[in-house]
Write a protein that binds this ligand. Sequence first.
Ligand code: NDP
Ligand code: 13P
Length: 355
Amino acid sequence: MKKKIEKVAVIGAGSWGTALAMVLADNGHEVRIWGHKEEQITEINTLHTNEKYLPSVPLPHNITGFSSLDEVLSEIETIILAVPTKAIREVLNKIANIRSEPLIIVHVSKGIEPDSLLRISEMIEQEMPADLLKDIVVLSGPSHAEEVSLRHPTTVSVSASNMETAEKVQDMFINQNFRVYTNPDIVGVEIGGALKNIIALAAGISDGLGYGDNAKAALVTRGLAEITRLGVKMGASPLTFSGLAGIGDLIVTCTSKHSRNWRAGNLIGQGHNLDEVLKNMGMVVEGVRTTKAAHQLAVKYDVKMPITSVLYDILFNGVNAKDGVDMLMARSKTNEMEDIANVFDDQNSIVHDKK
Ligand SMILES: NC(=O)C1=CN([C@@H]2O[C@H](COP(=O)(O)OP(=O)(O)OC[C@H]3O[C@@H](n4cnc5c(N)ncnc54)[C@H](OP(=O)(O)O)[C@@H]3O)[C@@H](O)[C@H]2O)C=CC1
Ligand SMILES: O=C(CO)COP(=O)(O)O
């Protein structure tokens, strides 16, 4: 079937915004990308590269850079919001001041806001006046920008409260290299994408300490258990966590050299200090702020999250990484399956409550 060609604006010219702009450009859309650094936009428009974020990757010529939000949004119905969680409110605020027509906002960020404990779709609902918001869609899954930009096979999920809009976004992005599934569980897709960064930091620390594959498999598996426990309490379907936005993204982020969260954890495990690691990364490491948020969520929802809790102590309370691992291994004995049964009990009670 022939694709509907659209004008789309990608807001955020970092690694992920640029890689997704390439997918859209490959699909023939008229792609605009907005960034707040004039010299980077000039580079995109003249050299057709974005060397800082995707070194040595030529960008398709149907991507045009904009440094004015006003201009990038003109005659646009759909934006792809690709800035770090920390910048979302600021950017939406600017958009809300410019815009007079409703937008479909596809967000691709993976975080939860500390203190407010809001998911990104909830932050968007708070920041954008209802008359400027047509729909919110989340796109998430195992997808490092570096590999997407090389057109390596990649799969992601999109979710929205309006599934027709999710399908529209699926059609906009899907191609031979970039396979897009829909999933009706927006809470699960957002929680899975955000919380896997915590476990990736922990996996990096484990590797940095010199531990091996057994430790990493333990972190991924028990990490998934605690993500699922919290996600279900927040209203997600447990099934989402065995999908792309759950185990899929956990695997890719905990095992890939591309992951900034894994790399940051790896350096911390080797003994480097958190502030120094974040300063030298030059790109966002979402898991640090999300650890703070998840630690608060675990208290709010009364959910056991031992990996998150130990990571919180390593990042913010000066606990030594090796001592943190020892603390996890010395926890009182428990039954693996009880956890799983509790998740399904919680899910049943959510279903009954809704009836
Ligand atoms: N990279 C990836 O593979 C993937 C990333 N994601 C998610 O996408 C989101 C964005 O990440 P990613 O692109 O990788 O991050 P990067 O660090 O690569 O890029 C972030 C971009 O946002 C810009 N930015 C930061 N603050 C502001 C602001 N206040 N106003 C305007 N622009 C701002 C940065 O500009 P500057 O250059 O000035 O810093 C940069 O262009 C994150 O939530 C991440 O988890 C999701 C899937 C894959
Ligand atoms: O979300 C990602 C891959 O799916 C990117 O992970 P990092 O932010 O750790 O690089």
